[in-house]
Design a protein around this ligand. Structure first.
Ligand SMILES: [Cu+2]
Length: 133
């Protein structure tokens, strides 16, 4: 009885290991989506980093530093895809320190250099670049 119980335990363990290996093979894709973080107003009225290079499917998290409020408006005249520039824009101002919002790069995003700015600080040249590869 003791033999049987330890045998069934090892079988159960083996089955769970095999299941784990199979599921990791099924659910891992070669191109993992990446997440980038940009701070708004860290050490002055600027985005840091000023330039983010992404691939379709990636996410950029914008985080409030200091000197809020901030937002992110993509310049339709300085973007390869005007429609996407409009869609990616986050007009709503974030007020609190540490507050974040995400911008998701759609799978069908056209590649190129998308310029964005913070509306309240546009005059101070609070400008950044999103490079879609
Ligand atoms: Cu700002």
């Amino acid at each position: 009885m003791r033999f049987f119980s330890s045998f069934s335990k090892s079988v159960a363990l083996l089955v769970s290991v095999v299941m784990l290996v199979i599921s990791s093979l099924v659910f891992s894709s070669p191109a993992e989506a990446a997440n980038y973080e940009v701070t708004m107003g860290a050490g002055g009225l600027k985005f840091s980093p000023k330039k983010v290079t992404v691939k379709p499917g990636d996410t950029v998290t914008f985080k409030n530093g200091i000197l809020a409020p901030h937002n992110v408006i993509f310049d339709t005249r300085k973007s390869p895809d005007k429609k996407l520039a409009k869609k990616l824009s986050h007009k709503k101002l974030v007020m609190k320190k540490g507050e974040t919002f995400d911008i998701n790069i759609p799978a069908n995003a056209s590649s190129g250099d998308y310029e964005f700015f913070c509306l309240p600080h546009r005059g101070a040249r609070m400008v950044g670049h999103l490079i879609v590869e």
